[in-house]
Design a binder for this molecule. Structure first.
Ligand SMILES: [Zn+2]
Length: 402
């Protein structure tokens, strides 16, 4: 059973997560895949295999030499609720010729829209039939780790330290690490295999906070309002216009942070605004929050105390500060890729990652590629060759940590 066949088996199982539930997993069906993975790990001879009521799977591949190293690999079983993950029917194109792929159902996967396809001529492309997502995010990561486990457990000529494996639920709804048992996992450090194209190494994500702003106006009959009315909608407009116009998601990329107005609702009497604030750089992140406080103070001086109330809530932090004392994780990932003739691509994540939360809980955990593209949508695709390349990279990493 190769990685390709494992992948096809896993994407056939619907593991779509759901927003706004109080349970982990958010959907019970995620455990269908967790149970299958646990059974497969037992069948291939992994040690210490377990799965729990939340759908986490843990397993150990014991060292076969006197190495003390304990390296972990983590992937998630759930898929994004953005597009259906039920009845996934992969469309397989062998020896891809660089032309449009007819996905069926009136959908076309075209290199004009997705030029990355042209890097995969001659390969076996796996896409969807247009009615669902594919689930390469993150079943490609799952299949690659399972193939790594299979190779290590069958080929005793590869010397390695202890390799710890975990599969998690609910990554797509932000609850992946919630019940992750770090002592049970028992690794010195780990990689999540949850990135995109082959070569990606990610160890920086945003610092993140949300801000809720409540504006209280003075409502009065407009015919007799002169000198008395304070229209909270105008105050909201004024407040927003004092933020740096270029620090908006629509104008930023790479390491540029932003303020994002996610919601605004109001009448003359009161208005509520919701922002998210993002920056990779801790100092700039603190400055962004401070500027918002200063603006609110100014408005309160202008219109009277308590016109505006500001509540800032911290969300997550850039894992870079937790990875920096363990830069061997990045250096070895680069080396493992170069040994596989892959050009490493180090890019900041413009969002958060499960690995960031795990890193701050004491398990340094950068993110590596799965080989897939266009996650969370019907144009999601991956190639058999890309998955094989990732398995080769993981194998190289295991050897580097011997
Ligand atoms: Zn993912």
């Amino acid at each position: 059973m190769n990685t390709f066949n494992k992948f096809l088996r896993y994407v056939a199982i619907d593991t779509c997560a759901q927003e706004d539930t109080d349970t982990v997993p958010s959907t019970d069906k995620q455990k269908d895949l967790s149970r299958l993975l646990a059974q497969e790990l037992i069948d291939m001879g992994a040690h210490n295999v377990s799965t729990d009521q939340h759908g986490y799977v843990y397993a150990t591949i014991p060292a076969n030499c006197d190495s003390k190293s304990k390296l972990g690999f983590i992937a998630h079983v759930d898929t994004s609720p953005a597009v259906s993950g039920a009845n996934v029917k992969p469309v397989i194109t062998r020896n891809y010729d660089g032309n449009d792929i007819n996905m069926g159902n009136g959908y076309t996967l075209s290199p004009i829209q997705y030029p990355s396809l042209l890097n995969h001529k001659g390969e076996t492309v796996i896409c969807t039939d247009g009615t669902t997502l594919l689930g390469a995010d993150d079943k490609a990561g799952v299949a690659e780790i399972m193939q790594l486990a299979y190779i290590l457990l069958t080929d005793n000529s590869i010397q390695h330290g202890t390799v710890q494996i975990a599969f998690t639920p609910d990554e797509e709804v932000g609850h992946g690490p919630m019940y992750f048992d770090i002592p049970r996992f028992n690794a010195d450090f780990a990689y999540t295999i949850d990135g995109g194209r082959v070569g990606e190494i990610e160890f920086e994500n945003f610092n993140a906070a949300s801000a809720r702003i409540t504006i209280t106006g003075v409502s009065i009959h407009p015919g007799t309002a002169k000198g008395k009315m304070i229209n909270s909608l105008h105050v909201a407009h004024e407040l927003h216009s004092m933020l740096p116009v270029e620090q908006d998601p629509a104008y930023t990329e790479k390491y540029e942070g932003f303020y994002h107005l996610t919601r605004m609702q109001g009448v003359c009497d009161n208005t509520i605004m919701s922002y998210i604030i993002r920056d990779h750089d801790r100092v700039k992140f603190e400055a962004k929050k401070q500027l918002l406080r200063d603006i609110v103070n100014f408005i309160n001086i202008k219109y009277g105390p308590d016109t505006v109330q500001l509540q800032i809530t911290e969300q997550y932090r850039n894992m870079r500060e937790m990875i920096e004392p363990n830069m061997h994780l990045i250096d070895n990932a680069v080396k493992a890729m170069q040994q596989a003739n892959v050009q490493p691509i180090i890019m900041p994540i413009r969002g958060g990652t499960d690995g960031a939360q795990l890193s701050f809980r004491g398990l340094p955990c950068p993110n590596l590629c799965t080989g897939g593209y266009n996650f969370h949508g019907r144009y999601e695709y991956i190639t058999q060759e890309a998955m094989d390349k990732v398995v080769e990279i993981l194998l190289n990493l295991v050897k580097l940590y011997k």
